[in-house]
Write a protein that binds this ligand. Structure first.
Ligand code: COA
Length: 375
């Protein structure tokens, strides 16, 4: 039997922190209201030069470093995102180029805030079926670019970030043990961006009416979230042949501490088994679960053999729960100086390779132009 073992992990968040006190100056709200209703104190906001792809690149490079693996060994890059750098092409193709994964295929998945669970399921299935050996799974979003900063009911919630896991073929029974994916598309209007897609291509009027930004029915999503987390976790635990008591760490999507606590209570998971960092990052959409997992690893909360319950929910409405059995020793080891040098060479190689390919493409175009014009 073939398994998809998680051998690398990494995350990246923007340096810029935005506190609730700053938001107080933009809309009619207060730090106290935001903290008591959501648990959020601050979030990270992408700077002018940061994008979903730049954050995802950093997260991916960190995951490769942990795994001590060259990017040329990666077979496939999957990015879960709903805020790609461009409507076309995928962020995954940009990452494939930026990290120098010269052999890899690449595609994006959009399942909104549940996207990381979907991407993890697809990648694990591809490895288990023998199609690929090494897959980079990334969750990355810059929802700050889609937020209406005049709408106090949404602008308080979101932040930017990226998290990545590197999956490799293994004979050890490890990685994804069970997975439940679900969707209720009748809830599209609960959380969506009305304009900018094929239904309403963007016009000046849409922008003037702020239809290109996130619209949300908060209390509807709140009720859905608690039910989705609870049911999906119960189903996934059962599918894995476990009980909720067997879960060592519960890492739900970090949207709101009240949602997390209510779901944990319904599932009877004690607080010490629940991981949350929502107070520092807000809701980073599909990046929230991998960022939380990386921080849990940093804090020594993830040991070999641990059963993790990762649960996402969000726009769609869609949800996903994954039971993951952790398989590797995650104790940080100091990186040898020469490995840092090699890593540096890899990232420079990727830049040079990308430049060479682009130059080659321009030269080919020039040659064709000269040929057509008989020069
Ligand atoms: C958005 C959310 C925090 C609002 O909390 P809530 O307790 O449900 O608040 P309500 O929406 O019922 O609004 C209560 C009041 O607070 C007001 N309010 C909303 N946002 C506010 C803010 N930032 N500051 C102050 N007051 C605010 C509302 O206007 C409303 O006022 P009203 O009673 O005079 O009409 C909560 O519904 C939520 O977290 N929902 C889930 C959202 C989510 O996770 N989305 C992402 C999913 S991936």
């Amino acid at each position: 039997m073939t398994y998809a073992q998680i051998v690398g992990w990494g995350y990246a968040v923007p340096a810029r922190t935005m506190t609730n006190f700053e938001i107080e100056k933009m809309v009619d709200t207060s730090d106290e209201w935001i903290r008591t209703r959501t648990g959020i104190s601050e979030r990270r906001i992408a700077g002018p030069k940061e994008t979903t792809a730049t954050l995802a690149t950093r997260a991916a490079q960190n995951a490769l470093q942990v795994a001590d693996l060259s990017p040329s060994k990666v077979d496939l890059v999957i990015v879960a995102t709903s805020t790609p750098d461009y409507p076309l092409p995928s962020v995954a193709s940009i990452i494939q180029d930026s990290i120098g994964a010269s052999r890899a295929g690449a595609f994006d998945i959009n399942a909104a805030c549940s996207g990381f669970i979907y991407a993890l399921a697809v990648a694990s299935g591809m490895i288990a079926s023998g199609i690929y050996e090494t897959i980079l799974v990334i969750g990355a979003d810059t929802l700050s670019r889609m937020i209406d900063w005049t709408d106090r009911s949404t602008c308080i919630l979101f932040g930017d970030g990226a998290g990545a896991l590197l999956l490799r073929k293994s004979d050890c029974p490890t990685g994804l043990r069970a997975c439940v994916l679900g969707s209720d598309g009748s809830g599209v209007g609960s959380l969506y961006i009305p304009a900018g897609g094929s239904r309403a291509p963007l016009t000046v009027e849409h922008v003037q009416n702020r239809q290109h930004l996130i619209k949300m029915k908060g209390s509807e999503v709140y009720r859905f979230a608690i039910q989705a987390i609870t049911q999906a976790t119960q189903q996934a635990v059962q599918q894995a042949g476990l009980t909720v008591d067997d879960i060592d760490l519960f890492i739900p999507h970090q949207a709101n501490i009240r949602i997390i606590q209510a779901a944990a209570k319904a599932l009877k998971i004690p607080p010490e088994k629940v991981f949350s960092n929502v107070h520092r990052y807000g809701n980073t959409s599909t990046a929230s679960i991998p960022i939380a997992l990386c921080e849990a690893i940093e804090m020594g909360k993830v040991g070999v053999g641990a059963n993790l319950a990762l649960v996402g929910f969000g726009a769609g409405l869609a949800w996903g729960a994954a039971i993951v059995q952790w398989g590797v020793d995650a104790t940080p080891v100091p990186v040898a100086w020469w490995k840092s040098v090699i890593r540096n060479i890899h990232s420079r190689e990727a830049v040079v390779r990308s430049f060479a390919l682009r130059t080659q493409r321009r030269l080919d175009a020039l040659r064709r132009f000269n040929g057509v014009n008989g020069i």
